[in-house]
Design a binder for this molecule. Sequence first.
Ligand code: MBD
Ligand code: FE
Length: 293
Amino acid sequence: MSVKVFQTQEVQDLLKAASNVEAKNGNARFQQIVLRLLGDLFKAIDDLDITPDEVWTGINYLNKLGQDGEAALLAAGLGLEKYLDIRMDAEDKAIGADGGTPRTIEGPLYVAGAKVHDGLVKIDINPDEDAGPLVIHGTVKGADGKPVAGAIVECWHANSKGFYSHFDPTGAQSDFNLRGAVKTGTDGKYEFRTLMPVGYGCPPHGSTQKLLNVLGRHGNRPAHVHFFVSGDGHRKLTTQFNIEGDPLIWDDFAYATREELIPPVVDKTGGASLGLKADAYKDIEFNFTLTPL
Ligand code: MBD
Ligand code: FE
């Protein structure tokens, strides 16, 4: 049986009372947002005849999602984080603040507090048999194309198993392995000496993967490297690049890939003199262009 109650006075009064939207106490912005989201949910229950069992399945899911610590992971997987990027891009375009290196999502695995080094840092602490050396370098520039001095470039990425330090279920990584920060000098240059990452996969038994399974989706990302880039007088950039050639590059469960964020990977030799673990190494040059505040 399909009954419709959303438009009744009883339900509309309930929504207003639950969000306390007509009261002076409470935060007006929160009241407005809660009223709207709750209303959209009530309406969806009405429109789709969502059953009580289905509603409780959803509520119990949210409990489990929080227990797993995966709410932000699910936000990435459902495209919510990408949606925020699309909105920020549109806003930038509207105010003429576009033109810098494209942003893409932060994801849930950043950890603050990496020590800041001048210009260059080696960020692989733990040995990784299955990962070859990778050098990532480039210049931080302003919209005028000139180098930005004193910019902070933060970098974080996965190991050869697709795991991030601080979130590695195997316990194999030290704190801040494959995470680092450098401050540019007057030449605007930065460099990270590290190891080649592979793509991330959602915890196979976690709440996010469970929902993705029901949707008939995978929970994998292509290999990628994250960056925050900030500098005085410039807007903070949150971005990533992908490792060229990864088969999932256009099938990222978090929708973060962008055409401009797939730099070439170049084979080089001479790694021994750079302190790398092998003479042959991969080199990625990636320049950042920041936009003014
Ligand atoms: C990641 O490494 C990531 O970057 C995102 C967006 C989601 C899950 C894992
Ligand atoms: Fe990531």
